[in-house]
Design a protein around this ligand. Structure first.
Ligand code: SF4
Ligand code: SF4
Length: 90
């Protein structure tokens, strides 16, 4: 993809917020929906098992998170919480 040679004057003001993502290990059932729907590949399935024996989703690259909330909305177990940072992504 071509690199933009200039940026909009309000690119800092309009930049998407960064997010913190938390996964409740007790609730996650390893369905992988959050991993599939994350547009920035912030989440991946891990090899860690929770007490119920499900493989857990894990946050692997939180720095790329847009705080879009897709993962939170799609999770059928209400296991994901996204908190929007006040500092925008650069
Ligand atoms: S909030 Fe959006 S970008 Fe961040 S982990 Fe969830 S789906 Fe991915
Ligand atoms: S969508 Fe929810 S239950 Fe499914 S893997 Fe992600 S956190 Fe776990």
């Amino acid at each position: 993809m071509a690199k933009l040679w200039r940026k909009p004057l309000d690119h800092v003001e309009k930049a998407p917020a960064a997010g913190h993502v938390f996964i409740d290990k007790q609730r996650c059932k390893g369905c992988g929906y959050c991993v599939e729907f994350c547009p920035r590949k912030v989440l991946q399935m891990s090899n860690e098992l929770n007490p119920k024996g499900y493989l857990l989703a894990a946050v692997v690259d939180e720095g790329k998170c847009l705080a879009c909330g897709f993962c939170e909305v799609i999770c059928p177990e209400f296991a994901v919480k996204v908190i929007q940072n006040s500092k925008p992504l650069e």
